[in-house]
Write a protein that binds this ligand. Structure first.
Ligand SMILES: C[S@@+](CC[C@H](N)C(=O)[O-])C[C@H]1O[C@@H](n2cnc3c(N)ncnc32)[C@H](O)[C@@H]1O
Length: 242
């Protein structure tokens, strides 16, 4: 875990600040283990460089995703990601240059890796599954500006309005218990000028309404027409700026 991550971390739900104790760092100054303590005394461990906020027991879906990622590594799909998701959502990889990016429900870590490769300043991947201790380690080895947090994206342990770049949630939100709750929790992380980017299979009417609730100013929402085309351009996601 990079020391920089401490600037963004907080307790999930209460959003209280956390104090680092018993830290053990490696030769790069990255924190390998320690405890993050909330004002109420609650402790969240850092194990193998990953802060853990896992009081939310992974659902069966999350567990099976972990098994799947560890078995089938999607790292070879970069070309598809570039020609579908990146092209149809952002136009080009220039959108990632120098950005602080949260990859919510990052799965195998492949997109986190590609954001870093295309010049992101810092990428913070969030996932609840045990993929964070297996395939994610393999895919993200050697990146110095990448952090992984094991947590629920329904209650991310990141400060409100601390992400001035991109909060990205791709092919995930329909798997959470409440799309609305997760979308609000993730949009809350975006700072003014930052954007929340997400897609959701189906639920078109609900998603239109949800987007309006998040951002009533339609000039700050990109891809609305494209996203709701049927068939939609593959990989197209909504971009909602704060
Ligand atoms: C379909 S995969 C998508 C992975 C990646 N975003 C992609 O596009 O390839 C969904 C991922 O979301 C994670 N996930 C599902 N619900 C979650 C939750 N509530 N909190 C954190 N991660 C969650 C799963 O563990 C899985 O890795």
């Amino acid at each position: 875990m990079t020391p920089d991550l401490l600037n963004y971390l907080c307790e999930p739900i209460t959003k209280a600040s956390l104090q680092l104790i018993d830290a053990v760092t490696d030769t790069d100054g990255h924190i390998q283990s320690g405890q993050l303590v909330s004002p109420s005394g609650k402790r969240y461990p850092i194990i193998n460089g990953i802060p853990r906020f896992v009081e939310f027991v992974p659902t069966k879906t999350v567990e099976s995703f972990g098994d799947e990622w560890n078995h089938f590594n999607f790292i070879d799909f970069k070309v598809n990601w570039l020609s579908h998701t990146v092209l149809n959502t952002f136009g080009s990889v220039k959108a990632f240059k120098d950005k602080l990016i949260v990859d919510a429900g990052g799965g195998s870590g492949s997109q986190t890796k590609w954001f870093a490769e295309y010049g992101a300043r810092h990428v913070i991947m969030l996932d609840l599954s045990h993929s964070v201790d297996d395939v994610v380690q393999r895919n993200l080895a050697g990146f110095k500006n990448v952090d992984v947090i094991q947590c629920s994206i329904d209650a991310p342990p990141l400060r409100d309005q601390c992400i001035d770049g991109i909060v990205y949630c791709h092919n995930v939100i329909q798997h959470t218990p409440s799309v609305e709750k997760t979308a609000h929790a993730l949009y809350a992380l975006t700072a003014p000028g930052g954007e929340f980017v997400f897609n959701c299979y189906g639920l078109d009417d609900e998603i239109r309404e949800l987007v309006n609730t998040l951002q009533p100013d339609i000039t700050k929402i990109l891809n609305m027409d494209k996203y709701f085309l049927r068939p939609a351009p593959i990989g197209c996601a909504l971009r909602i700026f704060r």
